[in-house]
Design a protein around this ligand. Structure first.
Ligand code: 5GP
Ligand code: ZN
Length: 114
């Protein structure tokens, strides 16, 4: 998608602080962090929202969770606690319509979320 900011980051057309990269995923620091650890895990495939995920994308979803596990450990929040957030559509606050998971940690995360 030529007008998608995350596709541009994936294609290295615009810069980002890359934390990890695999054949199917990229993980970057959020430009506007909401916690000491705020990483975005982004599939390289342009899928707009969770509503667009199909069974054929199952391995992507699994890989996201294993990468989150690894990054949480590397960032020192695996045992203390962290949150994996997937916002879907407007009432949930999704602002970039290329599916991504927020990995948040490094502070007390309140529940319920705002
Ligand atoms: P959403 O609101 O869609 O769940 O999350 C989008 C996230 O992407 C936001 O937390 C926002 O700060 C982040 N973001 C938007 N544009 C950029 C960018 O160009 N670079 C990086 N690193 N993060 C971005
Ligand atoms: Zn995209």
């Amino acid at each position: 998608m030529s007008d998608c900011i995350f596709c541009k980051i994936i294609n290295k057309d615009i810069p980002a602080k890359i934390v990890a990269e695999t054949p199917g995923l990229i993980a970057i620091r959020d430009v506007n962090p909401q916690a000491p650890v705020h990483i975005l895990i982004i599939p390289k495939k342009h899928i707009p929202t969770l509503n667009d995920v199909t069974k054929g994308d199952g391995s992507i979803v699994t890989d996201v969770h294993f990468l989150a596990q690894e990054l949480a450990k590397n960032e020192g929040v695996g045992e203390k606690g962290f949150r994996l957030v997937l916002n879907t559509n407007s009432e949930a606050g999704q602002s970039v319509f290329h599916i991504h998971w927020h990995l948040l940690g490094g502070r007390i995360l309140n529940w319920p979320p705002g």
